[in-house]
Design a protein around this ligand. Structure first.
Ligand SMILES: [Cu+2]
Length: 238
């Protein structure tokens, strides 16, 4: 009798926790949006940061092919005026990214990052084949000819992300209702800067969040970009 009672109690707990997790899981039928304002430790807007959302209950976001809300399975990383444009590009895992060269001079693009090792040998125009990013992580881009060229492809396991603009703001639309963990990334984000941020996406109004992301010093002639690239090239950076 006592054993049956204990099993019953366990069953009740199981039913309760199942019900709670179902309640907390993203509601795929309805969607809302998030607006995030990022500032550094001095209060200045953080530009070129990537803000992404993952379900707080640990459920897996939809993969790229079926993510109707994704900004698109691909993207483009241009080379313009001897720089990568954009400086940072966020894509969902599986994305095929073009690397057009808009300069009149040839570039030789490479990455040694664990998330994607590749090389586009000295070329002009648009390579015939895009580069497919099939592993989540940070891919640091360089050019064999121009040491000052550095760019980043951040490969994410979620379709819900955005990059901050000049005002340090990121907007993420078409997010199923529910609770999400907010993940922040920037090439110069300090270790340990990732606070446990949670946001609730509701139907009535955009969820708003102000967050601080401390950054390391910007590259200067004394602290060349190459140091940053070397630090990040193994892909283990946050
Ligand atoms: Cu180059």
């Amino acid at each position: 009798m006592r054993v049956e009672l204990r099993i019953g109690t366990v069953g009740l707990y199981a039913a309760l926790s199942l019900g709670l997790s179902l309640f907390a899981a993203p509601d795929a039928g309805r969607a809302g949006s998030a607006e995030i304002q990022l500032r550094d430790a001095s209060g200045a807007p953080v530009v070129d940061a990537i803000v992404s959302l993952v379900p707080a209950d640990g459920s897996a976001p939809p993969p790229a092919a079926r993510a109707a809300s994704a900004p698109g399975p691909g993207g483009s990383m241009d080379q313009r005026n001897l720089q990568f444009a954009p400086h940072v590009l966020a894509v969902q895992r599986g994305a095929a990214v073009d690397f057009p060269n808009s300069d009149q001079i040839r570039h030789h693009v490479y990455s040694f990052s664990e998330a994607k090792r590749f090389e586009l040998r000295l070329y002009s125009g648009v390579p015939a084949e895009p580069v497919v990013f099939d592993k989540a992580g940070t891919v640091v881009l360089g050019c064999n000819i121009h040491d000052d060229m550095i760019g980043f492809v951040r490969v994410l396991d979620t379709p819900w992300f955005s990059t901050t603009g000049d005002a340090g703001k990121a907007s993420i639309a078409n997010v199923p209702l529910g609770r999400y963990r907010v993940e922040l990334w920037h090439p110069r984000a300090q270790d340990g800067a990732k606070d446990a941020l949670v946001i609730e996406i509701a139907a009535d109004a955009p969820a708003k969040l102000d967050a601080t992301l401390p950054l390391g010093a910007a590259p200067t002639p004394d602290r060349p970009k190459r140091l940053l690239r070397d630090r990040l090239r193994d892909g283990r950076a946050p």
